[in-house]
Design a protein around this ligand. Sequence first.
Ligand code: GUN
Ligand code: FE
Length: 450
Amino acid sequence: SLNRPRAKIAHVYRGTFMHSTQDTTLEIIEDALLGVDTVGKIAFIGKGSEQDKLSQTFRFSSSNVTQLKQHEFFMPGMVDTHIHAPQYSYTGTAMDLPLLQWLNTYTFPVESRFKDLKFAHRVYTEVVKRTLKNGTTTACYFATIHTDASLLLGKIANDFGQRAFVGKVCMDRNKSDYKETTQECQKETCRFIAELLNKKYPLVKPVVTPRFAPSCTGDLLGQLGAIARKNNLHIQSHISENVDEVKLVKELFPESKSYTDVYHKYNLLTDKTVMAHGCHLTDEELTLFSETGASLSHCPNSNISLCSGLLNVRNVLKHKVKLGLGTDVAGGYSASMLDAVRRTLDTSKVLTIQNPKHQALTFDEVFRLATLGGSQALFLDDQTGNFEVGKDFDALRVNVAPPGGPIDLILCDKPKIQLEKFLNLGDDRNIVEVFVAGRKVVPFMEPAAE
Ligand code: GUN
Ligand code: FE
């Protein structure tokens, strides 16, 4: 249906809207009129020229209509399907080692510090603000092994109004003492889930988070699979990021046919699973993703920065595996989804350089991955990802020509060109306002006092 006439309208916006749909990577609706109801859902989207008719049907007055300025448009908020919130503390450094050494040398010592709630508060506040400002309306976060600090991340996302999945990280196998026992992992995961759900944050949900197979025993993976199934929860982890890691998994789980098979065996591949990287997955493994409905998070900055590999997105899409983009802070050095868009395009072009038969992704295909694709990957596409009536209004108000901004000359008023320019050259100065579930969250709201 195109509208929900009984909804009570809170806001109406008039201007250009650009989004992706099931059928098309880029739909441009010029001079559209979009109404948001009092619970933050899109009540109608129609033609601006029919404002009089729409205002009667939906009972809003023309003084309630916000008209976009020249050089402005709305696009759906971006979905970061994979980001490590604690690692924000060292983004832009430590890019000189391959994955397994990188984890031991930089990551585990830093994550250990998040036992300290004061430190956690400082870093988590910054990462939520930075990602929101850069247009991430939904983030799928890894926290650390510390339950209370992970709960704090949920609170901070809720306070700033970001839609978020938060995972308390589980690992019972590690050289250093940054780990828990199998029993602690299980008990603390249950406490994390219960306490986070108990807060009743409307947009923040727990996600079951085994770090990755090499840092988990089979026992732990099985228990986490059971917890996720029993509570019908999301699951996130890493898979086939780097060849040494794939080799290690073969050694640690000799009975499994493949890396994917390890997770599958422990019931960790479901339609609510998102696995990061997957650079080295075989076609057979991709087929298992497709059959189980599990999705992939493409993290191109990280894949290149840690010299992990190049994910062939075209091949993933060919296998009908759901795919979103991730920043993978701090394996990826940028917390901005605009960077993930650019690195996705670069990676795809590198594959074309290597093999001219490879068909590089277009900017509008990548636009879809950053928005609707991410929503699909997180099983949220009945709720977010584009401007369909009935979905939550998660949106960016973009101005491609802010005074002193990064884009000099707009010689063309075509919306498609404006979008392309924004994706390739824009930054947070272009993101004038950010909405999550109809609520304006950038410029920042003041978090409620304690
Ligand atoms: N694999 C297991 N843990 C991590 C992590 O923190 N970052 C990345 N990039 N890969 C991982
Ligand atoms: Fe990661």
